[in-house]
Design a protein around this ligand. Structure first.
Ligand SMILES: NC(=O)c1ccc[n+]([C@@H]2O[C@H](COP(=O)([O-])OP(=O)(O)OC[C@H]3O[C@@H](n4cnc5c(N)ncnc54)[C@H](OP(=O)(O)O)[C@@H]3O)[C@@H](O)[C@H]2O)c1
Length: 145
């Protein structure tokens, strides 16, 4: 009889420990991300991009979302003036090019239409292989194969 009572108690204890462990893990993870972002935003020293300013900064997935914000930040706060932007949509690329060139004096922007999901890499402009590239960042939704 006592064994019958012990089984549900044991199950209850196990369930409690699983839930408590998971909640603790999520809480610690949240705390880590929160503190890390506070440190990154207010206390860390940004990487010195000066050696890369004379080279080209190539950014994929730059017409929307994180990639667009990243390009803006590089131009506004870090003095980057030479962008090579890659995306699927010629109209969106042209809009970003215009915005950057109008907002930041001396900004030079080249663009290439390319779909990382469908296009063959032969379709990328040949000049990309010859450019002096300092920074390369990818933000498009599709993985680069
Ligand atoms: N947003 C978040 O909170 C978050 C968090 C963590 C990770 N991420 C990751 O960060 C990346 C960007 O997210 P997001 O929210 O900034 O996305 P988004 O706003 O949809 O922007 C995606 C960008 O990628 C381009 N793009 C999409 N598919 C492409 C393709 N096949 N070839 C070339 N360019 C392509 C789009 O440009 P065109 O349409 O002009 O081609 C656009 O500029 C994604 O991989 C996402 O999983 C996002």
């Amino acid at each position: 009889m006592s064994a019958l009572i012990a089984v549900p108690t044991l199950l209850w204890d196990c369930a409690w420990w699983i839930v408590a462990s998971y909640a603790t893990f999520r809480g610690m993870k949240f705390l880590y991300i929160f503190l890390h972002s506070i440190y990154g935003h207010f206390f860390s020293t940004p990487l010195d991009l000066t050696p890369f300013l004379s080279s080209w900064t190539v950014v994929t997935g730059c017409t929307d979302g994180i990639g667009r914000a990243y390009v803006e930040e590089l131009a506004k706060a870090r003095g980057v003036r030479k962008f090579y932007l890659i995306g699927r949509n010629a109209g969106k690329l042209e809009r970003v090019k215009k915005e950057l060139e109008e907002s930041y004096e001396g900004c030079e922007v080249r663009t290439a239409v390319f779909d990382f999901e469908k296009d063959d890499f032969d379709r990328l402009p040949k000049e990309l292989g010859e450019l002096d590239v300092g920074i390369l960042s990818e933000f498009q939704l599709a993985p680069i194969h």
